[in-house]
Design a protein. Structure first.
Length: 114
């Protein structure tokens, strides 16, 4: 089962230029074990609020990325008035070291809008 790194088109361009997926502000790279049909579905299930979700990069699991966490469910994002901003519940794992992206092995998947 492959893993998917959901991101924006701008971030995908940076990944392609540097040939690396680097950890974000949290020090982690979050990977989903599921692929989503729309950006809204991915953002909702994975609790993503900091960027548009437009594209996913497939990371093969053979071999699995080094330092992979145990699987967990994304937590809901709750607003200041107790309202649910993102439902969470999507299956995720994370790693803390950069992932090298090889041009000849790169598999990018467009995620439908919104």
């Amino acid at each position: 089962m492959p893993y998917y790194h959901c991101t924006s088109r701008l971030a995908a361009q940076d990944i392609i230029c540097t040939a690396l997926i680097n950890p974000g502000k949290s020090g982690r790279i979050y990977l989903s074990t599921e692929i989503y049909a729309t950006g809204a579905a991915a953002a909702d299930a994975l609790g993503i609020t900091t960027k548009p979700v437009e594209i996913a990069f497939e990371i093969p699991d053979n071999p699995p990325p080094p330092g992979l966490s145990a699987p967990f469910q994304a937590t809901p994002v709750i607003g200041p008035y107790g309202n649910v901003i993102r439902r969470g519940g999507g299956a995720e794992v994370y790693i803390t070291s950069p992932v090298r992206v090889s041009d000849n092995e790169a598999k990018w998947l467009s995620i439908r809008e919104p």
